[in-house]
Design a protein around this ligand. Structure first.
Ligand SMILES: NC(=O)c1ccc[n+]([C@@H]2O[C@H](COP(=O)([O-])OP(=O)(O)OC[C@H]3O[C@@H](n4cnc5c(N)ncnc54)[C@H](O)[C@@H]3O)[C@@H](O)[C@H]2O)c1
Length: 422
């Protein structure tokens, strides 16, 4: 394998889907359509900046599949957003919704921007204009956005308001991950990290590794990373290292996770490089990924574990909090080295499961308690884990292939049952 091959996450998606489809015995005609996104929209978003100048941002919304229900997936604000990344993220949503068996297809969107360099009012104008430009293809029955890297509940609130203004009535079900006051679901903010924690406990149990004495290393301290760290710490694992974009912090005796989370959320822009804690040393993100640990949770971005560092990973188990953190090449290396990996489409599905609960509540105008949400989430995550574990044992495959065997079958069968129109 050439080391100079340019990383394209959509190639990863296609390779994994083709592999699952061939194990399932599908002909190329059966799954050909699933290899391509149904719809890709690119928009140029002009914004009046605070200094009076005009800047045009590039944005995307991709709908990979609507075979099993409306497209569903987050909106990312990041300087590296590009069409191949958005296509891959949209496809991963299709298979994620299928593996946990919720009635959605997959979509994703993004704007090429660095949100940390925009004021709140610039972000609001950018979000509103973007929403207006993708409004023709989104809606509670068509495509339902949610938060992703660089976006949060406030951004979702602006999307909901803009869409509602365009329609002339309140449409809370157009977007999930909203503030509670606007129809957000109790438990949604923590849902992805809760799912990562539940998956971590499930894989440890399946491998007969006791929680007591196990350690965890977490890359990324945003929504997914910080909640995963909080709940994994609470579950009894010793979290020995965490990182954000600025650096990693490490203490082999265990980090004070509640204090670190409090520090990071105390002020916008607080970074780990400025955190001071007893016994803490500062390491790079590369070093963090290679630490000796029971569990490694990459919860930042794609392409973090690749053919360059896969040989050096010392974790026993990897639980993918981020989407696409491991490349196809790295997957092979890890498998040969006996490192067990729980794939993104299963491990981080908690967010979309509770987004589904939010949408169900919105369209029925009802509200569920946090206990009920967490209980239903646990049931779905546990069942999905067991199904993936069982099929991977039965077919002697990795857990990623096992997850795709379930997901690809559900998507391809739905597509073929509907048939090709006209
Ligand atoms: N938010 C969700 O509900 C959700 C659901 C499923 C999957 N995901 C995925 O989880 C990942 C993280 O999403 P999030 O919502 O937590 O984003 P976020 O913006 O809240 O946090 C991202 C974190 O990653 C860090 N980071 C950024 N660049 C980095 C780099 N180069 N090296 C190390 N750390 C870096 C940031 O400092 C931050 O701590 C993404 O892959 C996203 O697609 C998110």
């Amino acid at each position: 394998m050439s080391t100079t091959k340019k990383y394209n996450p959509y190639d990863n998606v296609q390779a994994v889907v083709k592999n699952a489809a061939s194990i399932l015995g599908y002909s190329h005609d059966d799954y050909e359509a699933v290899l391509f996104p149904e719809r890709e929209l690119k928009v140029s978003i002009p914004i009046r900046m605070d200094d009076g100048s005009v800047h045009v941002f590039e944005g995307y919304r991709v709908q990979h599949s609507t075979s099993r229900g409306p497209a569903k997936g987050g909106i990312r604000y990041h300087q590296n957003v590009n069409i191949d990344e958005v296509k891959a993220l949209a496809a991963w949503m299709t298979f994620k919704c299928a593996v946990v068996n919720i009635p959605y297809g997959g979509g994703k969107g993004g704007i090429v921007c660095d949100p940390s360099k925009l004021s709140d009012s610039e972000l609001r104008r950018l979000t509103r204009r973007f929403t207006a430009m993708i409004a023709p293809i989104i809606g509670p029955d068509q495509d339902i956005p949610a938060p992703d890297v660089g976006t949060n509940a406030n951004v979702m609130g602006w999307i909901m308001d803009t869409y509602s203004m365009l329609k002339g009535h309140c449409v809370p079900g157009v977007v999930t991950g909203k503030p509670l006051e606007l129809g957000g679901a109790l438990g949604r903010h923590e849902a992805t990290g809760r799912g990562v924690m539940l998956t971590t406990l499930n894989i440890l149990k399946a491998l007969d590794i006791p929680v007591k004495g196990s350690t965890a290393v977490i890359q990324g301290m945003g929504n997914v990373g910080s909640i995963s760290a909080k709940l994994i710490h609470k579950a009894g694992l010793k979290v020995i290292a965490v990182s954000d974009v600025s650096c990693g912090i490490y203490n082999p005796e265990g980090l004070n996770i509640p204090e670190i989370i409090e520090y990071l959320s105390a002020k916008k822009g607080n970074l780990l490089k400025d955190y001071k804690g007893d016994g803490v040393s500062y390491i790079s993100n590369e070093e963090l990924l290679e630490l000796k640990t029971t569990v490694l949770v990459p919860a930042a971005l794609e392409n973090q574990i690749n053919e360059k560092n896969a040989k050096k990973i010392q974790a026993k188990v990897i639980v993918e909090g981020a989407n696409g953190p491991t490349t196809v090449e790295a997957d092979e290396i890890l498998k040969k080295r006996g490192i067990i990996l729980v794939p993104d489409i299963l491990a981080n599905a908690g967010g979309v499961v509770v987004s589904y609960f939010e949408w169900v509540q919105n369209i029925q105008s009802v509200s569920w308690s946090e206990e009920y949400v967490n209980e239903r989430l646990k049931t779905i995550m546990d069942q999905a884990f067991q199904a993936v574990w069982d099929i991977a044992r039965e077919k002697d495959t990795s857990l990623r292939t096992g997850a795709y065997l379930i997901a690809v079958k559900r998507v391809v069968d739905a597509k073929n049952l509907r048939g090709i129109w006209p």
